[in-house]
Design a protein around this ligand. Structure first.
Ligand code: ADP
Ligand code: MG
Length: 161
């Protein structure tokens, strides 16, 4: 389960985040990978907005976990200190399990093994200037069940893989 997207602007990437938000369910976890400036936080802004939050979403560097009130409470982790990954994720995973929120982790590729078995992987790369290539991959049965729907909402930005 994989879809490739291209966005032309930061607002486009926010719109992709908002589209993903439409199919999120309580307890979901997603990892966002990509270099500094690739657009991970920008995409989280879109997810939070899509879930109805009007919070000002910034990179959670130095706070480990930021939370935004929304239809599904957003737990936003930026794994900038590898020695604290486990601590941050344990905390956030307990919280989303209890509260029915969602977890969005930046720089997640190194910690995929620590995520729930079912999760979403979003990989951002800078194509040229403002264009970003965004690969979205679903892992697990819960994503299989809603994959067609996710593909449908992401259709406006889809490109051939
Ligand atoms: P990261 O969290 O991956 O370090 P940010 O989302 O903080 O990245 O920063 C991405 C920067 O790139 C922002 O300044 C944003 O406005 C800019 N940008 C330009 N084009 C895009 C695009 N298509 N998608 C996302 N961000 C873009
Ligand atoms: Mg960031």
């Amino acid at each position: 389960m994989r879809v490739e997207l291209v966005t032309a602007t930061a607002d486009d990437t926010r719109a992709v985040g908002a589209a993903i938000a439409e199919v999120l369910r309580p307890g979901d976890a997603a990892a966002l990978t990509g270099d500094l400036g690739a657009g991970k936080t920008t995409l989280v802004q879109g997810v939070a907005r899509g879930l109805g939050s009007d919070a000002h979403v910034v990179s959670p560097t130095f706070t480990l976990v930021r939370e935004y009130d929304a239809r599904l409470r957003v737990h936003h982790v930026d794994v900038y200190r590898l020695d604290r990954v486990q601590e941050a994720l344990d905390l956030a995973l307990d919280e989303i399990a209890a509260s029915g929120g969602v977890l969005l982790v930046e720089w997640g590729d190194a910690i995929e093994a620590l995520l729930p078995a079912d999760h979403l992987l979003v990989e951002l790369t800078v194509a040229d200037d403002d264009r970003r290539r965004i690969a979205v991959r679903g892992v697990g049965v819960s994503w299989r069940a809603r994959w067609e729907r996710l593909e449908r909402v992401l259709e406006p930005w889809a490109v051939a893989a």
